[in-house]
Design a protein around this ligand. Structure first.
Ligand code: NDP
Ligand code: HSE
Length: 430
């Protein structure tokens, strides 16, 4: 039975994502009505700058008083696409208190306060959905929360930030400079309001915290995620990667320990072989591998940023939340029952590519090799190239713990013959 009284939506934010949400809600109104079982209409749009011209939005709906909008008794669903911590957090909490369910794309907030927001949703019997918060258009949260709810996920690995993938891809394929590529990503609407969040890895770390929490049914806080951005990746790193048959990607990696007793979550640039499917993820696309006990290896791929792709994920959540509302149900809530400890980065085991500037004289290679051996780090390959009486030494290790590698690098730095450690990069995907 089709309900004629519309479900009312408060749209908080009408920027890159919000404007596309509004556009699709208008242009696909009939389909959305049929799929939900009731019409759904925008009852108000909260923004910061009311005088800005917004195509396709009825000016009468615009308000700068977002709090008053979410407090209205007739709002069924609040879509939060403002971003940042405040006022988004207060607005979402107020929305639950006043009876609305919430759809959000705000990974920064969910990574920081997801537990409290889920608790507020549960207390008020409402939904909190956030498919758009991780990997743009790619359905990933719902497969992890629902489709894989009967399986045991052991690893989630992938590219979860469109901006940095866009920049790294441009640097690698066209030789573009970092700033030029970042400016283009910003103009295309991929970057966060403060792009530092993208390039320093905070955005990917927030997404890793969300993914690890859902995948391992464990509370993973933003601070639990080891984070390195991509601002230090140089053209020389790309050249070195190429010589190894690799490229460089900013990866998010969430893993259950082999004994199943703990988990780790990390974000950092890594070399991956050109033959690996992640190496061919171009532009602002994202791709995530999920490895689980029964299903095996699953790959999720698609546009990871941008207004229209992100709006697709928001709209999917809107339909789900509206259906729940009509049937008087709520979707899956928070699940952190496993409560596994999150291990520090030192426990992570992987391979490393290390570039050293050393004196070009007899015995130096043996000295360097001894330091690796003393720290229990086994060398896979060594490549040396002379330059003006000095030499550049590139060492690729076998698998070693991050703690052992850190100890090795500290000891190398203290050698007189080692002029400098030019770069250290993890090697993944082999
Ligand atoms: P924008 O900066 O383009 O839009 C933000 C919107 O929020 C603007 O309309 C702005 O108003 C409004 N706003 C800001 N502060 C307030 C406030 N205090 N009260 C009311 N409205 C306010 O951001 P995006 O659309 O790019 O991102 C929105 C959210 O979606 C963020 O959480 C982001 O992380 C997330 N996201 C973004 C993706 C993307 O590709 N852009 C992809 C996935 C998620 P005004 O228009 O007047 O300035
Ligand atoms: N700034 C984010 C990115 C938006 O580039 O991936 C999508 O979450």
């Amino acid at each position: 039975m089709m309900r004629t009284r519309p479900l009312k939506v408060a749209l908080l934010g009408c920027g890159v994502v919000g404007s596309e949400v509004a556009r699709i809600m208008t242009t696909h109104a009939d389909d959305l009505t049929a799929r939900i079982g009731a019409p759904v209409e925008i009852a108000g749009v909260a923004v910061r700058r009311p005088s800005k011209v917004r195509e396709g939005i009825d000016p009468a709906l615009i308000t700068t008083d977002a709090t008053a909008l979410v407090k209205r008794g007739d709002i069924d669903v609040v879509i939060e696409v403002i971003g940042g911590i405040e006022p988004a957090r207060a607005l979402i909490t107020t929305a639950f208190e006043h009876g609305a369910s919430v759809v959000s794309a705000n990974k920064a907030l969910l990574a920081q306060d997801g537990a409290a927001l889920h608790a507020a949703a549960e207390e008020h019997g409402r939904d909190l959905y956030y498919e758009a918060a991780v990997a743009g258009a790619i359905p990933l949260i719902r497969p992890l929360r629902e489709s894989l709810a009967g399986d045991k996920v052991n690893r989630v690995l992938g590219i979860v930030n469109g901006t940095t993938n866009f920049i790294l891809d441009k640097m690698d394929s066209t030789g573009a400079g970092y700033q030029e590529a970042l400016d283009e990503a910003t103009a295309l609407g991929y970057a966060e309001a403060d792009p530092t969040a993208d390039v320093e890895g905070f955005d990917a770390a927030a997404k890793a915290a969300i993914l690890a929490g859902i995948a391992f049914h464990t509370r993973v806080r933003l601070d639990d995620v080891y984070r390195e951005g991509m601002t230090e990746v140089t053209a020389a790193d790309f050249a070195s990667a190429k010589e190894m048959g690799c490229t460089i990607k900013l990866l998010a990696i969430c893993e259950r320990a082999a004994d199943g007793a703990s988990v780790t979550a990390r974000v950092h640039p890594a070399m991956i072989p050109l033959s690996h499917p992640l190496a061919s993820v171009r532009g602002a696309y994202n791709a995530v591998f999920v490895e689980s006990e029964a299903a095996g290896r699953l790959m999720f791929y698609g546009p990871g940023a941008g207004g229209s792709p992100t709006a697709s994920a928001v709209l999917g959540d809107l339909v789900a939340v509206c259906r729940n509302r009509l049937s008087g149900a709520t979707g899956p809530g928070d699940s952190a029952y496993a409560a596994l400890p999150v291990s520090p980065m030192g426990d992570v085991v992987t391979r490393y590519h290390i570039s050293l500037d050393v004196a070009d004289k007899p015995g130096v290679l043996a000295q360097v090799a001894t330091v690796f051996a003393e720290h229990g780090v086994s060398i896979d390959t060594v490549r040396q190239q002379g330059k003006d009486g000095e030499a550049s030494l590139v060492v690729v290790t076998h698998r070693a713990s991050d703690a052992a590698l850190t100890g090795t690098v500290e000891a190398l730095r203290s050698l007189d013959t080692v002029r400098g450690v030019a770069s250290i990069m993890r090697v993944e995907g082999e």
